[in-house]
Design a protein around this ligand. Structure first.
Ligand code: SF4
Length: 297
């Protein structure tokens, strides 16, 4: 008869959980990875962080790479993936890409919500009953102030699209971007009444400040944040991997590199470990561009 050595259950867990998963479980790293799918947009908002516009360079991340990011993120222990741009739904291939990404992780996709007046709304049907939610921008309960920031007819298109999306079974959140961090109380009450009328709860209404970057920097809007005020959410763009979704912004046509971690994006373990090293206080790698005081220029 042989006697096996007693096993320590905790030691077994620690051997099988990788460092990224352990950091996410402990709260050291956020569990979400962001992907900039493209940089062009049908709008040209006054505060856009990426100076996106119809004429912008598209800067697309390929479909295989986007799906690989989701697959590898899941394997590393991340819990969710976010897709942003530019306007992601200018890409006709996006619904199918998100279907494939959502096989691996829940997906939140940020959109201005203005493209869903025709067949693009039908194209979203493949996403119903999947772990996918849409985050749509709406800045005011009134058309004039909203459209002053986001462009003509933006309000009308959004208030038309959102209830139809909810009616088709999509999960929709509303994101409100405000200057100087606050809305007038009456405006907030009326905006909340509007999203509740669509069946969107207060938990799915985000209010966030303008960040002084991109076009907002030129128009003197927003608030500046130092690196350590921003959650270290791994963010992948065509330019590399960044500390935050507020990292790969664009000013005067050039991508900001203050929050660049590494130009290597795949395998995802490379930027994920580089980010973990930074969070733990280790210096970035040789292919990184790093400033101790980002957003302080
Ligand atoms: S803020 Fe969003 S919707 Fe507006 S121009 Fe930029 S990417 Fe487009």
């Amino acid at each position: 008869m042989s006697v096996e050595a007693p096993t320590d259950p905790e030691a077994t867990v620690n051997e099988t959980v990788g460092p990224i998963a352990a950091a996410i479980e402990s709260g050291l790293l956020p569990g979400r990875v962001w992907v900039y799918s493209n940089y062009h947009c049908n709008l040209e908002c006054a505060y856009c962080l990426t100076e996106s516009a119809p004429r912008s360079t598209r800067r697309i991340i390929g479909p295989e790479q986007m799906v690989a990011i989701a697959e590898q993120a899941a394997a590393l222990g991340f819990k969710e993936v976010g897709v942003t741009g530019g306007e992601p739904f200018l890409r006709r291939d996006l619904p199918d890409i998100i279907v494939a990404m959502s096989e691996h992780l829940p997906v939140t996709v940020l959109t201005n919500g203005t493209l869903f007046g025709g067949d693009r709304l039908d194209a979203l049907d493949v996403l119903v009953d999947r772990p996918v939610r849409f985050q749509i921008s709406l800045d005011s309960p009134d058309p004039e102030p909203n459209d002053a920031m986001r462009g003509p007819l933006n309000y009308a298109k959004v208030v038309d699209a959102v209830p139809r999306m909810v009616g088709r079974g999509h999960t929709v959140r509303i994101a409100t971007t405000v200057d100087e961090g606050a809305m007038m109380p009456d405006d907030q009450v009326r905006l909340c009444a509007l999203h509740r009328s669509w069946g969107i709860t207060d938990d799915d209404h985000l209010v966030r400040p303008i960040i002084t970057s991109g076009r907002a920097e030129d128009s003197g809007m927003g608030e500046r944040f130092a690196r350590d005020q921003l959650p270290p959410e791994l963010t992948i763009s065509d330019h590399g991997a960044f500390w935050s979704a507020f990292g790969p912004t664009v000013h005067k046509g050039r991508t900001d590199t203050h929050l660049l971690i590494t130009r290597t994006t795949l395998p995802l373990e490379v930027p994920a470990l580089a980010l973990l090293g930074l969070v733990e206080g280790r210096p970035p790698g040789a292919d990184a561009s790093w400033s101790a005081e980002p957003f302080s220029r």
